[in-house]
Write a protein that binds this ligand. Structure first.
Ligand SMILES: Nc1nc2c(c(=O)[nH]1)N[C@H]1C(S)=C(S)[C@@H](COP(=O)(O)O)O[C@H]1N2
Ligand SMILES: [Mo]
Length: 252
């Protein structure tokens, strides 16, 4: 517990906020006014929790703490033609795009990303399903790319677009996607990782590039990235799993 009494009081208040963040209103009708009011209260709670975590680093570990390979989860072998073509060509034509509310949109190849200053961190991945893994991640800080692109004043959220179909729906395939508040996007441990445990990122863990956002749960870390969009307003519920009832702010 921090010695600072105000900080301590805020931390003690956090469990209550967490409780109020539960989706207790999931049984209310989708189009109900009451549900909308409760959902906006929930978003407020999410933002409050995010602010409480501001400035804090997730714990980092040593190599000796890495006791297992990184367990792959969710999509582990994207079936998508585009993805398989990029994989076969060694990512030669793949580009990470950074666009939306930015001054200078970017389209960067893997070697261009790897040529930028990198950060390596040994962190614990917590999946909402209840398992954890410690691994060493290497990548380019997202803050670096966002400052290269230059955020426009209306920028508030960052949306991540992936290359993998996670669900084959009646109205077409659904690709995985996620989003973060700018505050988490700019956090020093938020990186776009192309390396794991000293080697290249393998396909099951998200090749060629995946997000690490260390103070949140696994589903907030999209793999198989193709594009980043800076936006003023969050599209829909903010991610594939969020549209299926998961919390948008998944702080741990
Ligand atoms: N594109 C994409 N990203 C994803 C997923 C996915 O299915 N597709 N699953 C998420 C979940 S629930 C977890 S726990 C982590 C798993 O990462 P890992 O496969 O490297 O363990 O990726 C997250 N990012
Ligand atoms: Mo997960």
């Amino acid at each position: 517990m921090p010695a600072d009494p105000i900080r301590r009081r805020l931390l003690l208040a956090a469990p209550a906020l967490l409780l109020s963040g539960c989706k207790v209103f999931d049984r209310l009708p989708r189009d109900g006014g009451l549900r909308d009011v409760l959902e906006s209260a929930n978003t407020l709670t999410d933002l409050t929790l995010g602010n409480l975590a501001d400035g804090h680093l997730a714990p980092e570990y040593t190599r000796a703490d890495i006791r297992q390979p990184m367990r792959p989860n969710g999509v582990t072998s994207p079936p998508d033609e585009d993805y398989l073509r990029h994989l076969a060509s060694g990512w030669a034509d793949w580009r990470l795009t950074v666009e939306g509310a930015v001054e200078r949109p970017l389209a960067l190849s893997l070697p261009e990303l790897m040529a930028r200053p990198s950060r390596t961190q040994i962190t614990r991945h917590d999946c909402v399903e209840g398992w954890s893994c410690i691994a060493e991640w290497t990548g380019v800080p997202l803050s670096r790319l966002l400052s290269e692109a230059g955020l426009r004043p209306e920028a508030r959220f960052v949306v991540f677009r992936c290359m993998d179909t996670i669900e084959r729906g009646l109205s077409g395939n659904v690709l995985y996607w996620e989003s973060l508040a700018l505050r988490d996007a700019l956090h020093p441990q938020t990186i776009l990782a192309y390396g794991i445990n000293g080697g290249a990122l393998p396909v099951p863990n998200g090749a060629p590039l995946r997000l690490r956002v260390e103070r949140q749960l696994g589903y907030k870390m999209p793999k198989y990235l193709r594009g980043i969009e800076v936006v003023a307003d969050l599209p829909g519920q903010g991610g594939y799993w969020e549209e299926r009832g998961y919390d948008w702010y998944a702080g741990i």
